[in-house]
Design a binder for this molecule. Structure first.
Ligand code: PXL
Length: 292
C-alpha cells in the first residue's frame, strides 16, 4: 500500500469536495467513493436527463460522471428543440471518461438515434459493471428522444448488454410489441423484454390509474413494488431520477431487488416533496431523503 504522508495535500487536490468539507473528510472517503456514469441528454430546466441523473447520484452519495448524447431546449412547459450530437463525439466522451475514472455502474437515458445506440452498445460490450438502460423514447410532452428506426436497435444491440431495463407502460409496449395497460400485461411484457437479452426488466406502472405498481422480472421471478398514487402534475424527470437512483445503489454494491426497493422509496418521496417549480410539469425533489 502507498504510504500517505500529507493527507491535506491529497484532500486539497481532490476536486470532488468543497473546501468547507475537507477537514471533515478522511482519505478513505476519497479512495472509496463509488462512481456512476450516465449517458444521456441535457434538460436545461434541470428536472430530467443528465441533470436529474447527476443530482440523484450526488444525493445518494455517489460521484457522477456524464456523457452527453443530445441537447434539448425545454422548460417545464415544453420541449421546443432537440439537437443530437455526433456518434464520434459521444464515443470520444465515453472513451475519455472510462479510461480515467472507471465507474462501478452506468445508466443510459435519451440516446437520440441509431448511430448513438450502436456506439453505446459497442462500448457496453466491455463494461465490467452493471448497466441500467432507461429506454427513453419520447419526452414528457411527446417530443421524440429516440428515432423510431432506432427502437429496434435499442432492442437488438443494447438490451442484451443491460443488467436492468426500466420501461414505462408505453416503452414496454413498444419493446414487447403488445399493449401494456395492467398488472398482467406488465408481467407478460417484462418476460418478453427479458427474452430480448436483458438480465432483468422493471416495468413501471406510474401511468396506471390506481396505485403506482412496478413489476420487476429478475432471475425467473416477479417482484412487485407498490406505492400510493400521488396526485400532482410535478412529475417531470421521474423516470430518469428513478433509474439514476437504481444505478447509484448498484454502484454502492447493492443487489438489484434492494436497489429497486430503495429507488422506489426515493422516487416516491421525491414526487411527494416536489418543489413546485416552473409553470408547467415541474421537477421532482432530487434532495429527497429516505431512511436507507
Ligand atoms: O424523461 C425522459 C427524458 C430524458 N432525457 C431528457 C428529457 C426527458 C424528458 O423530457 O428531456 C433530456
Amino acid at each position: 500500500m502507498t504510504e500517505v504522508k500529507d493527507i491535506n495535500a491529497i484532500l486539497a487536490s481532490a476536486p470532488v469536495y468543497g473546501a468547507h468539507l475537507r477537514d471533515k473528510l478522511q482519505l478513505k472517503d476519497i479512495m472509496t467513493i463509488p462512481v456512476a456514469l450516465t449517458i444521456a441528454g441535457s434538460d436545461p430546466s434541470g428536472g430530467a436527463g443528465i441533470q436529474a441523473d447527476l443530482k440523484t447520484f450526488h444525493q445518494r452519495g455517489v460521484y457522477g460522471t456524464s456523457v452527453l448524447t443530445l441537447l434539448t431546449v425545454q422548460n417545464t412547459q415544453q420541449v421546443s428543440a432537440v439537437e443530437i450530437l455526433s456518434p464520434q463525439i459521444v464515443a470520444a466522451q465515453l472513451e475519455a471518461v472510462l479510461a480515467d475514472i472507471p465507474p462501478a455502474s452506468a445508466k443510459t437515458g435519451a440516446l437520440g438515434n441509431y448511430e448513438i445506440v450502436s456506439v453505446v452498445a459497442e462500448h457496453a460490450r466491455s463494461f465490467q459493471f452493471p448497466l441500467v438502460v432507461d429506454p427513453v423514447m419520447i419526452s414528457h410532452g411527446g417530443q421524440p428522444l429516440l428515432a423510431e428506426q432506432a427502437r429496434a436497435a435499442m432492442a437488438k444491440l443494447l438490451l442484451p448488454k443491460a443488467t436492468l431495463v426500466t420501461p414505462n407502460l408505453h416503452e414496454a409496449g413498444e419493446l414487447a410489441r403488445m399493449p401494456v395497460y395492467d398488472l398482467d400485461t406488465m408481467k407478460e411484457a417484462a418476460i418478453r423484454i427479458a427474452a430480448l437479452g436483458a438480465e432483468a426488466v422493471l416495468v413501471k406502472g406510474g401511468h396506471l390509474e390506481a396505485d403506482a405498481i412496478d413489476v420487476l422480472y429478475w432471475k425467473g421471478g416477479i417482484i412487485c413494488y407498490r406505492a400510493p398514487r400521488i396526485h400532482t402534475s410535478h412529475t417531470h424527470g421521474t423516470g430518469c431520477t428513478y433509474s439514476a437512483c437504481i444505478a447509484a445503489e448498484l454502484a454502492k454494491g447493492c443487489n438489484l431487488a434492494d436497489a429497486v426497493q430503495i429507488a422506489k422509496a426515493y422516487i416516491t418521496k421525491a414526487i411527494e416533496t416536489n418543489p413546485g417549480l416552473g409553470r408547467g410539469s415541474g421537477p421532482v425533489n432530487h434532495h429527497a431523503r429516505i431512511e436507507r
